[in-house]
Design a protein around this ligand. Sequence first.
Ligand SMILES: Nc1ncnc2c1ncn2[C@@H]1O[C@H](COP(=O)(O)OP(=O)(O)OC[C@H]2O[C@@H]([n+]3cccc(C(=O)O)c3)[C@H](O)[C@@H]2O)[C@@H](O)[C@H]1O
Ligand SMILES: Nc1ncnc2c1ncn2[C@@H]1O[C@H](COP(=O)(O)OP(=O)(O)OP(=O)(O)O)[C@@H](O)[C@H]1O
Ligand SMILES: [Mg+2]
Length: 277
Amino acid sequence: MATTEELVRATDPLDMSLSTEELDAHREHITDFIAAQYEAAGADRVVIGLSGGIDSTLTSHLVVEALGAETVHALVMPSEVNRESNMSDAERVASELLDVEYDVVEITPIADAFLDAYPAADEDRMATGNLYVRIRAVLNYLVANTEGGLVVGTGNRTEALVGYFTKYGDGAVDCHPIANLYKQQVRQLARHVGVPDDLAAKEASAGMWVDQTDEGELGMSYDTLDSILALHVDGPLSVSATADQVGVDAETVERVRGLYEGSEHKRAAPPGPEPLY
Ligand SMILES: Nc1ncnc2c1ncn2[C@@H]1O[C@H](COP(=O)(O)OP(=O)(O)OC[C@H]2O[C@@H]([n+]3cccc(C(=O)O)c3)[C@H](O)[C@@H]2O)[C@@H](O)[C@H]1O
Ligand SMILES: Nc1ncnc2c1ncn2[C@@H]1O[C@H](COP(=O)(O)OP(=O)(O)OP(=O)(O)O)[C@@H](O)[C@H]1O
Ligand SMILES: [Mg+2]
């Protein structure tokens, strides 16, 4: 007969903690990957957008570890809906944590030019938010083209599996070094490599509209989402077994599965018809 404590633990989100040895292994694997991508591309620089969020903070930290601070050109690209504190954190990461070259490029006037050209999108916060994200991609590639740079992305496994990114926006990059890590593991690895705790623990936001948070939009915590992905989408558990294990209803698991299946197009190259001959 299970004790109450065991039953409560059984309905907790999955504990995905990595051991110190596993964190070291990920660190080495990712820095080796970055070095290999850079060499294979024959690049002279790495371009990365810094948002003050943990994905870009960890990724840029690992790029510096792999290639040195002088290789990195960071871009901090505030829009009018970004929190001031996130933009100052982004500058803190560039100047204090990493000591890399960086530029601050205001994107609101660029977005306004698009919305003047196509005013119908002005009231649509998703379309406008995706526009901000795609403008950042254009600027990343402008710098990369100019300096022989490789654009390094910050997508993690959780975002990729549910399509929680803008197609040809933050998804438009040359590689994603932390693509194997679920969101909880991103925070763990960040702490492990010495990222300050206030940055590692910060609430995730795509920064596409005022006060947007990932967990608010997704309607569940990252701990729950990671657990459902690991057990059901990546793992072999059924909907009901996953729901029991994580302590959510079956509809929540099905919703995550729906996000995964509905975002297949974001993880694939744009298709064309089969060759006729
Ligand atoms: N089945 C299908 N096959 C082929 N293409 C399909 C398609 N369904 C839609 N599409 C295309 O995809 C477009 C929709 O995709 P998309 O433009 O990406 O837009 P959408 O997926 O609607 O929105 C982006 C989502 O990602 C989140 N996001 C974005 C950026 C950063 C972060 C972050 O965490 O930092 C999060 C954002 O909050 C929002 O929930 C459609 O307009 C259409 O062109
Ligand atoms: N204001 C910004 N300036 C520069 N780059 C940005 C900005 N906002 C977003 N980005 C880029 O888009 C990426 C995707 O954003 P996302 O919110 O998923 O990651 P994050 O902000 O690094 O971490 P978190 O998900 O915890 O907020 C960022 O990692 C960063 O590279
Ligand atoms: Mg963010």
